[in-house]
Design a protein around this ligand. Sequence first.
Ligand code: ADP
Ligand code: MG
Length: 344
Amino acid sequence: MEEKRTEISQLGEFGLIDRISESFELKNPSTVKGIGDDAAVMDAGDHYSLLSTDMLVEGIHFDLSYIPLAHLGYKSVAVNVSDIAAMNGKAEQIIVSIAISNRFSVQAIDELYKGIKTACESYRVDLVGGDTTSSSSGLIISVSVAGKVAKEKVAYRSGAKPGDIICVTGDLGAAFMGLQILEREKQVYLTDPNMQPNLQKYEYIVGRQLRPEARTDIISDLEEKGVKPSSMIDISDGLASELFHLVKNSGYGVRIFEDKVPIDKETFDTALEFNLDPITCALNGGEDYELLFTISQADFEKVKNHADIHMIGYMHETKSANVLITKQGNTVPLSAQGWNHFKP
Ligand code: ADP
Ligand code: MG
């Protein structure tokens, strides 16, 4: 009998990845960690090698009517470097593959690579290869990154223990609100091309959407302070979604305090302007590329004065009890919306 067709939306992105992962087993002793973390981990003798990849597709991940190609190039590298940082590692090489159509000129590709070069310089990574092919119309950029980490320092999504402190870097929800502004201004422009977008008031959040940074600085700071996170992940899909990855992989629950979740004033004000709840934007907005990690209580003193590390909660014994404690002191269940690219 013919197998019934299942829609991808029924599984979702993570369900689909789990399904792929289940049908493969690791055969090489050098493969330490396969599918399921921010990067794969391989035994390279005296250290671990790290490998990760991320693809950006026009019309899905970016809109060229508002992202300059140089920023897009920078972002495509930064998001990959971020996945290596999330393993507590350092990125060293990238491979960049592009699919382009005749819509793009040589000058356009020059612009894209200008951004890629700037990112290579700021993160000290080498572009060592790639592939160039044609597409029917849209632009696709696929970047793979290799890095390394000392064996005793690797940080997985698993590893958090009850009582561990949950930390996030920077501030959250800004990239999402930046995207709302860009989308709004695009609509205004489409209805009246004489209207020039005024983005000045939203410079920070728009910048967070167009040109995110990987928090390699935090990795150095943690190393300097002698702190090894018990678990770590980068925030690409939204805080709530990433918290659930920590829950799933550690087997413990999370308790988050709303008033501790860092939200920039511009993000906060813009959320209100859009009639959105700022905390919802911080929990569910994607693409901040900040780091989410846990530390043991013994390391509290070492990070408590860091200006850009915020302690937002702690790990709890009970895996199913994932809650947000609101500003008013109410305890509400945490839910992850994340980004579902496969919504029907
Ligand atoms: P991130 O958000 O950190 O980039 P993803 O959610 O994209 O991570 O991926 C989670 C895990 O699933 C990673 O280990 C990634 O390598 C793996 N993965 C994603 N898509 C596929 C695929 N099509 N085949 C095999 N592994 C995949
Ligand atoms: Mg990641």
